[in-house]
Design a protein around this ligand. Structure first.
Ligand SMILES: NC(=O)c1ccc[n+]([C@@H]2O[C@H](COP(=O)([O-])OP(=O)(O)OC[C@H]3O[C@@H](n4cnc5c(N)ncnc54)[C@H](OP(=O)(O)O)[C@@H]3O)[C@@H](O)[C@H]2O)c1
Length: 306
C-alpha cells in the first residue's frame, strides 16, 4: 500500500515559545497530513535572504509558519532597528521567497497592533494604531507580508503562555519564590492564550489552506478565553499553582494601574481579540486558557519551571 506523502511545513524560530510547542505537535501534524521541519536561528536566519532561498530550494516545502520574531516589548523601545529588521524586513524576505515558489506563508502577529481604545473586542477589520515599537514593527511586518504575498495568512494572537520560553505564567511562578507581595496591572484586559491551543489551530488552518477548497487569505485572530486582566490572570495562576502543589503559599496580589507600572513600552488597555472570523472558517477550537493552566502546571517539577 502506498503511504500518502506528507506536506512539509517549515517552522521558523523553532526554539522560541510557539516554535517549541509546534515541535511537540509533530504527531498531530502527521495525522493532518503534514511534517514539520524545524529551523532555529542557527539553521535558518530569517534576516538572510540567501539562507531562506537555499532552505526553500533544498527542501520540498508546502508552507511556512513564521514564529521567528523580536518579542521583547520593552527592550524594543531601545532596539528599534533590530525589532524592525526581525519583525518587518525579515518577514518581507520570507514572503517574497515564498511567493516566488508558490509556497503559502502563515505569519504570526500580535494584539499590540491595536491602541486599546475600543470598548469591545477587536475584529480583523478594525483600524490598527500600535502604541509601541514592537506593535509598530509587527504591523509593518503584516503589511510587508501581504504586499509580497497577497494570499498569505496572518494570525494575530495575544498573551501567549506555556511551560516554554519567557511568559507571564513563568514570571509569576519565579517571582513568587522570592516575594510575598506582587503588584500586578489590573487596567489592561486581553485574552491569555495557551500556546498549544494556538499551535493546534495553526495546524488546522494550514491543513485547510493546502486542501483544494483552501482557506481564504488575510488576517485572522486567535485569542484565549475568557478575557481578563493581568491581575485576574495572576489570581488564576496562583490558584491553579496551589492546587497543583507548585506553590506552598500564594503571594499577596496588589492591583495597580498601568501608570503605576513603569514600563518602557506603552500597552493597550483593551487588547481583546474577537475570534469569530476564524471560528467560522475552521470551526470552534479549544481556547479556554484555564484548561491550558491545568495542562502547564501538571508538568510539576519540570525543569522548564525552575
Ligand atoms: N509571546 C507573546 O505573548 C505573543 C503575543 C502575541 C503574538 N506573539 C507573536 O507570536 C510569535 C511567536 O512568539 P513567541 O512567544 O514564540 O516568541 P519567542 O519565544 O520570542 O520566539 C521567537 C524566536 O525567534 C528566534 N529568532 C530571533 N531572531 C531570529 C532570526 N534572525 N532568524 C530566525 N529566528 C530568530 C528567537 O531566537 P533567540 O531567542 O535565540 O533570539 C526565538 O527563538 C511572534 O511572531 C510574536 O510576535 C507573541
Amino acid at each position: 500500500m502506498q503511504v500518502p506523502k506528507l506536506n512539509k511545513i517549515l517552522v521558523t524560530g523553532a526554539q522560541g515559545q510557539l516554535g517549541t510547542v509546534l515541535a511537540n505537535l509533530q504527531t498531530q501534524a502527521q495525522a493532518l497530513g503534514m511534517q514539520l521541519l524545524l529551523a532555529n536561528k542557527n539553521t535558518l536566519d530569517i534576516c538572510q535572504a540567501q539562507q531562506i532561498t537555499n532552505y526553500l530550494d533544498a527542501h520540498d516545502i508546502a508552507a511556512v509558519i513564521n514564529t521567528a520574531a523580536y518579542t521583547q516589548v520593552d527592550q524594543a523601545e531601545a532596539n528599534v532597528d533590530l525589532a524592525w529588521q526581525l519583525n518587518a524586513e525579515a518577514p518581507a524576505l520570507l514572503a517574497q521567497a515564498c511567493q516566488q515558489r508558490h509556497i503559502r506563508l502563515l505569519h504570526l502577529s500580535t494584539d499590540y497592533v491595536f491602541d486599546g481604545s475600543k470598548a469591545q473586542p477587536w475584529s480583523e477589520k478594525d483600524p490598527t494604531e500600535p502604541l509601541n515599537v514592537y506593535g509598530q514593527s509587527k504591523l509593518a511586518g503584516e503589511h510587508a507580508v501581504l504586499a509580497a504575498q497577497p494570499n498569505a495568512l496572518i494570525v494575530r494572537s495575544s498573551w501567549l503562555f506555556s511551560q516554554f520560553g519567557n511568559n507571564f505564567l513563568k514570571t509569576m511562578l519565579q517571582l513568587a519564590q522570592h516575594h510575598d507581595t506582587l503588584r500586578i496591572v489590573s487596567d489592561q484586559i486581553g485574552g491569555p492564550t495557551y500556546s498549544p491551543h494556538l499551535a493546534q489551530a495553526l495546524l488546522i488552518m494550514l491543513q485547510q489552506s493546502l486542501s483544494p477548497n483552501g482557506l481564504p487569505s488575510g488576517v485572522y485572530h486567535f485569542s484565549g478565553q475568557p478575557y481578563t486582566s493581568w491581575f485576574g490572570f495572576a489570581q488564576e495562576i496562583f490558584l491553579h499553582a496551589q492546587h497543583a502543589g507548585m506553590v506552598s503559599k500564594i503571594p499577596q496580589l496588589l492591583p495597580i494601574t498601568s501608570a503605576d507600572y513603569h514600563s518602557a513600552g506603552l500597552r493597550p488597555k483593551n487588547s481583546c481579540l474577537s475570534q469569530t472570523k476564524l471560528d467560522l472558517a475552521i470551526g470552534k477550537q479549544e481556547n479556554d486558557w484555564r484548561l491550558g493552566l491545568n495542562d502547564s502546571l501538571q508538568i510539576r517539577g519540570s525543569p522548564c519551571f525552575n
